[in-house]
Structure formats: structure tokens, C-alpha cells
Design a protein around this ligand. Sequence first.
Ligand SMILES: *[C@@H]1O[C@H](CO)[C@@H](O)[C@H](O)[C@H]1NC(C)=O
Length: 500
Amino acid sequence: AYILFAKAADMGNLKAMEKMADALLFGNFGMQNITAAIQLYESLAKEGSYEAQTENHVGEFADKLEKSEGIPVEKVRLTEGPENLSSHSEILDWDLYQYYTFLAERGDVQIQVSLGQLHLNGRKGLDKDYYKALYYFLKAAKAGSANAMAFIGKMYLEGNAAVPQNNATAFKYFSMAASKGNAIGLHGLGLLYFYGKGVPVNYTEALKYFQKAAEKGWPNAQFQLGFIYYSGSGVWKDYKLAFKYFYLASQSGQPLAMYYLAEMYATGTGVLRSCRTAVELYKVVCELGPWAEKFLTAYFAYKDGDVDSSLVQYALLAEMGYEVAQSNSAFILESKKAKILEKEKMYPMALLLWNRAAIQGNAFARVKIGDYHYYGYGTKKDYETAATHYSIAADKFHSAQAMFNLACMYEHGLGIAKDIHLARRLYDMAAQTSPDAHIPVFLALMKLETMHFLRDILFFNFTMRWKWMKLDNTLGPYWDLFVIGLIIAMLIFLLRNHHG
Ligand SMILES: *[C@@H]1O[C@H](CO)[C@@H](O)[C@H](O)[C@H]1NC(C)=O
């Protein structure tokens, strides 16, 4: 396909040029060439193609939200360690998929419906495949699954490659599901009456079905109820009720409900105006856009060892404001596995990205910024700033790592006034916060107490110098080693007694 795209791009076809530029930038199929990508984008920009492309995306996005397909794409965190990477639960393993198909063939209705849903929406790394979806739903519906009947109704209502749009068949399947008290079926009937598909528009009937489905906790029905009260379709406008239903639906992550909630907060309709809340909600809705699918390809590229391709994709998402992408890009940069950037640019860039992730509330990133300032990675060594960031991570996010690091800085007076008591307390707090911190805290406290003990002795030594001088004479020049030996012997003796 890309050989043909390349030929068409050479002849000046804009769509093919876009395809090629994206492939060269993101490194699809190992053909990353960023310089060539930039050249292509520049000539595309001259043709004014960028505008066309964005408009196309926005249209597609609104359409997907309309069908409530704006399902969050799995965003794997690379910072969570390699064990999460290989067997991430959000992405279905091939083996597991094989096992599920086996169970579905054996007649497990629950699994048939799940596989149907995964194929209907293309989730968990599975391809969107309407034929497979229909196949599993029909199997399950035959076995009496009301959910499967409702999903078949949905497929007929929307129409797709496997199923032609058909209002009457949609009505038939929704009714079958609804007669079994199924929420998705009830909601489907509500939609048919609300939009007058295959039946005359009837807001009273629609309201009745939406209410029944909403009572069963179906978020799409809760959204529809909200919309009925918001727009005043067949009822008096009631913003308080609209807010209530949008809020209910938003708790399940219903994207359109979140969008309307944002609108209400932005304009102060039915609720006290709050730009902050509105922005937060708008951000969640934006992050459901189709561009989020890059999270999957970026993750797979990383897993396959194509670090450069993965980095560019995460970097793009990071620029769009996704916190997970900011952390992942920083993580990749820090690992120094990427080849597309000069080594000396990696740490400053990573620091910038950790900063953005930290501002969005990522505690791990906040500790990282502390580390960078502590060790002088990508910035000047600056203990004071390091301590500030550790403090934020410790106070706001109860990060055990930050408490530990901060304790260490208090112990040695790095960037902050030395304070042994505070150090001790922070070590204890770190151990209480995370079980992982037990052993390092134990060792650090041992060291702290020993040092403290020895320091007291040295102080004693200083004030009572003359006595020690005499000791020096009697015990020889290595008296201090002798004293340490004595202390250790005493400790062993005490510990033994303790255990006894
Ligand atoms: C279903 O109903 C809608 C709305 O009335 C209509 O636009 C559409 O053409 C109908 N579908 C078919 C296949 O008749």
C-alpha cells in the first residue's frame, strides 16, 4: 500500500502525500525519516492541506461522539515497570483472545456478547470488525441474551458494512430486548421515538423509555433525559433536572453528557458558573478524539523495540496535552534509547515534559523534577529547588519516594537547614506510606542513628579531650577503632539478649 501511496505522492496527490508524511514522521513499518517528513509537510502546508485535514478530523470526532463511540483508548503508562508492559490487562493478548473465541464457540453467552462488543467498537487492541460482531451477537441472541438483541438493534439503527441501516429491524430487536427489561433495548426504543425512525416522533413515549432505561443505570439514557430537559423537547425546559441527569451520566464517563455539563458550567446554566470545571470537562471530552488511537500504535511500537517511532507518536500526544503521553515521552527520552535526538538534548527535553506532567498532577513526575535538580540532569545542580519539588510531592501526593529523599536532604542539610528530628519523622512517614519503603527506610534510619551516636561520642571526645589523650596513650593511636569495635560488640550482645 505504501509503495502505491509513494507513487501517488510523487505525482502530487495531496491525500497520498499526507499518508506518506505521517508514515515518515511516525515511522510506520519502520520507515521513519523525519527530514523527509518535514519536507513533505512543508509542501503540503503550501497547498493549504493542513486546514482540510483538521476539518476532516473534527467532523469525524463529532460524528463518533454522536454515536457515543468516544470511548477512552487504553493509555498504557510506560513508567509502571516492565511487568505491566508485557501483560497489560487493557490490551487483549493473542493467546487470551484465542481462548475467548474457543469459549465463545463452546457456547459461553457472556463471552460471545463481550467479543461482539469488542469487535463492534474495536477495543482492547482488537480490530473493528462488524461481521465478527454480528456473528457473536446473533449466536448469543439465539441463546436468549437480551444484551445481544439490543446490540443487534443498535447495529441496524446505525447501519454498517455488515448490516444495512433498517429502522424496522432495529425496532424489532430493541423490542425483543426491552421486553426482557433490558436497559439498552429500552434506550434504543426511546431513540426511535425521539428521532422518529420507523415510527412517528413521540416525545412522551421516548421520555417513558429513557426513564425506564435510566432507572436501570444506563448512562446513554441518562444523557438523553438530560438532553430532553436541556432542549425542552416535549417538556418544559428544566436546567436543574438537565444538570442532574448529565451529571449522573458523566459519572459513567458518557462523553456527550460531559460536553453538555461543560457547556452548563461555562455559561452558568442551571449551575454556578465555573470556568475551571468547564475547562476540565472540555479537556476530558477532547481527549476522547480519534487521535487518541495513537496511544495504541505508540505502545506497540515501543513493545516491538521501535523506540524512535514510539517517541515521536507520544511526543505528538504530549503536545496535545495528554499527561500520560508527557510522562511516557519523558520516560523514553530518559532511557536514552531513542536515536533521533542528540544525547545532550535528551535530559532538558525530558525535564520539560516531566514538568508538564507534574503540573497536571502526576506525583511520579514531580519526584523526577526533584531528582533532575538534585543530580543536575538537564539543568544546574540545585538542592533547594530539588527540596521544593520533593516537598510538593510529599505533602500533596504523599509520595513515599519524595518523603525518603526529603528526609535524606534534612539529614545532611542539603539545600535546607539540617534537622535530624524532621529527617527521622520523614523516614518513618515514608515507611508508613509504602511497604516498598520499609527496607530502605530501615537501612537509612540505622545509618542515621549510628552516625548520630558516633557524633555524640566525637563531641564527648572533643570536650573531654584530655581524658581521651590519656586513653590514646594507654590504647595506642587506634583507640577509635577500638571504641567502634566495642560498640558493635555491645550492640550484638544487646540484640542477642533481646531475642533471647
Ligand atoms: C430510518 O428513519 C430515518 C428518519 O426518518 C430516515 O431518514 C431513514 O431513511 C430511515 N431508514 C430507512 C432505511 O428507511
